[in-house]
Ligand binder design. Structure first.
Ligand SMILES: C/C(=C\CNc1ncnc2c1ncn2[C@@H]1O[C@H](COP(=O)(O)O)[C@@H](O)[C@H]1O)CO
Length: 260
């Protein structure tokens, strides 16, 4: 049989827009996987693909925030109810920062994040929300003017640190604690130039400070000096003043405004 006839009769394999015969039909190719619109979606669940997605989150974040100017990251509970004292505290923080010409960066979610973004808008400032993709339906709060949605917590966390000159931490739960302790560790280990971390809500935070002092310091897990990384106040205007002027904690009482 002439070779020409054999070639013509070889059965074609169709993959999306591709028509493949002989070796091309048998051997899987990178190009083939890339162009395949009907095949399994395994490729996007591979680590090399994730690396590209992670990279794109950094590129998007750096691009959007590079020209933000002075900014402070504000953390706090996603569950704070509008009208509550903690919510109003967040609004005031956002407003004072905005009036000082400083952008407000939050997690873009509800509760205290929404409160700080609202204050930033009311103060005619820049209101930024760094949202995170979560298993349940959720969107950026309506007071976010510049919003970025992240898939990866660690890429988002980089933005909170890289574009802020300080942190203000409102009362919160696990997410807030995670952000607070990450900030403290970055300063403690000198991964970032020291910047102010101000906790708002003396009654709320004091037991945690006491536990650090009475247990962690006494057990030698942290040094007394590490408590100087944070300041504790009750007044939003004072918190903003301290974070903007980098006022260090008084060493005598570690910044706790309570009388000893
Ligand atoms: C719990 C609910 C929504 C959660 N939505 C969030 N959106 C954006 N950022 C969030 C969200 N939840 C936590 N965060 C981050 O952690 C901090 C708050 O966590 P906490 O455990 O509530 O203290 C906050 O600063 C965010 O960066 C439905 O109400």
């Amino acid at each position: 049989m002439p070779a020409q006839t054999f070639i013509a009769e070889a059965p074609a394999k169709h993959k999306g827009p591709l028509e493949l015969r002989r070796k091309q039909a048998a051997a899987p190719m990178s190009d083939q996987r890339l162009l395949d619109t009907r095949g399994p979606d395994q490729f996007i669940h591979t680590d090399p693909w994730r690396v590209l997605r992670i990279q794109s989150e950094f590129v998007e974040g750096f691009g959007a925030l590079a020209e933000l100017g002075p900014a402070v990251s504000v953390f706090g509970s996603a569950r704070t109810k509008p009208g509550s004292s903690f919510y109003e505290m967040g609004v005031e923080v956002g407003r004072h920062l905005a009036e000082a010409g400083v952008a407000v960066i939050t997690g873009g979610g509800p509760g205290s994040m929404e409160a700080a973004n609202k204050g930033a808008v009311e103060g005619n400032g820049v209101s930024v929300g760094l949202g995170i993709e979560l298993p349940f339906e959720q969107g950026l709060n309506r007071w976010v003017d510049l919003g970025i949605n992240f898939r990866y917590f660690f890429a988002r966390k980089t933005m909170f640190v890289k574009y802020a000159q300080g942190f203000i931490v409102l009362p919160g739960g696990l997410g807030t604690l995670d952000e607070l302790f990450e900030a403290m560790v970055l300063v403690q280990t000198r991964k970032v130039t020291s910047f102010p971390i101000v906790l708002l809500g003396v009654d709320f935070w004091s037991p945690m400070i006491e536990w650090i002092r009475e247990t962690l310091v006494k057990e030698g897990m942290v040094s007394e000096k590490d408590l100087d990384l944070i300041q504790l106040v009750d007044d939003p205007a004072d918190a903003v003043h301290r974070v903007l002027h980098g006022i260090p904690r008084p060493p005598s009482n570690n910044g706790d405004q309570r009388p000893e």
